[in-house]
Design a binder for this molecule. Sequence first.
Ligand code: MIG
Length: 636
Amino acid sequence: MIQRFVFGNPIDTEAVVKAIAPSEGVPEGWEIDEAGHRITRNLVAADVVYGLGETVRGLNKRGWQYISNNTDEPHHTEDRRSLYASQNFLLILGDTAHGIFVDTPGRVTFDIGYTKPDDLVITLDDFDVNLYVVEAGDPAEAVREFRQLIGKSYIPPRWAFGFGQSRWSYMNEAEVRDVVKSYREAGMPIDSVYLDIDYMDSYKDFTVSEERFPDLAGFTKEMRGEGVHLVPIIDAGVKMENGYDVCDEGKEKGYFCKDESGEDFVGAVWPGKVHFPDFLKPEVREWFGSLYGRLLDLGIDGFWNDMNEPALFYSQKRLKEVLGSLQGLDADTMDIDSFFAMAERVGSLFNNKEDYKSFYHTYHGQKIRHDKVHNLYGFNMTRAAGEAFARMVPDKRILLFSRASYIGMHRYGGVWTGDNSSWWSHLLLSMQQQPALNMCGFLFAGSDIGGFNCDVTEDLLIRWLEADLFTPLYRNHSAKGTRRQEAYQFGSQETFRNILNLRYALIPYIYHAFMKAQQEDGMYISPLSFGFPHDARARQVEDQFLIGEALMIAPVYTQNATGRYVYLPERMKLLRMRAVDDYDEEVLEPGDTYVPAALNEVLIFLRQGKSLPLSEPAESTSALDWNASRVIRFDD
Ligand code: MIG
């Protein structure tokens, strides 16, 4: 059962698709302190708190404080409170399952046993909110009810389930061609190569560098001949430049966010000075969305939307102030306090809180300050693209995913989890974020495999490709200046080839389970407790996951480990897989078992009465025979 409670005068976020008449009073089990802007619930020891989508830390969110405030945060360490997304849904699993969606577009603090271990305290900047509470017998049912409220999840094209290679710094056609050739020569399948900001002319959205990609239409066609889709990035900020038609038109039609005085707000990101389209206005979405058509016309059929928190390197106004305040400083006489004050002043330019309070949108016809609707920005950028695709190419699925998001965006695109690092802890995090994202409707999701920041090692990349074998978005991405991270760069070619081929052999299972979750508002990747809600041990498992209805996985995420302990809630059949046609099968009894897994081995567990179909691997999804060439069974 779902109930809606309304407090104050909430802004309609358009996150939900079902109108529910408000209930009187307060939701059962919660205390509401309107004056203190607080919603509180007492937790008992056995309660597990899931949810919040893409955040740091584990599956069970107890014991930390999270803040919904979409942030361009490149350090995903466990001391952080905000990442790129705000997905304000919590699921409390006790004797029954209890969900709460705090639907408000401003800042929300979730103190989940941080201040007091047994108190869940949700604090809002403004106490104007639609609260949706879900009461269900088990967690899967609670998620289903919630997902029915927020609408069906986005479905990508089939090829998007293939392997993708990305790197910030593929500078030109020749480099991309070389990446594809190297994968092909290594016999490793690949379906997509991502174009980061360097494909553009001076980082201007919807332009293509003449010098680096002189014939993108021709090149896209050439790559399609190789079975590869090119996926360009689009950034939120529009470069300020006279004669750049996107900027000119946006200015002329009043499509950009305004500052206090009604002028177009000036921020700075990669293109230098930019204006931010006011995606909260339907006509701006229609305009900006149509611009993707320029790339569709060149044969492009996938996009990733970046910098849409929006990230803000600085605002023009603050830069002037800060530079002004540094004028009188003199290196010869400066004392150490002034030195640190100077450094702090310069550092405060990035993503400055006050800057987010200095520009305005028009939303539902009303002028509104950005910080009040901050968490809706990336959602509406991605919605602009999704709505445009439905208009321009209604019969085609276009790949689309975003960095910033809010619940509701899941109807238009997926997400990637942003700038993680080549750390073992982030390998585990990449999987732990998945179930939380699924609860919030984001089924098409994935992390930067191998890690974005820092230098990868061969074993980390292998374990990461193994751990994320089932994530719908399966993309290797890394930052400029880091160690090269393409799978063919390393010595263990055979292992990489086998893992990537295994992914392709699994695509029919992955796709089927994904579509079932999409159509039935279910989970694709879930915590063990979803399959075993009455098993107290299963609730505590943070590093094993159910994939669809047939499988459990237990990734190895420790460097140099050649195995791990696995908790089996029931009898399962272990598949220790080295390749599609090379694996051990063993039935394991319930309980804790140490399971060896060498670096080239993946642990997959088949549940009783289920079967796992495997296809013959292919070099890309276009060449994949979706009929199973082999079926592994575990009959009761
Ligand atoms: O400020 O476009 O998260 O995936 O490679 C960095 C360059 C901007 C951040 C994205 C990352 C992308 C990078 N972008």
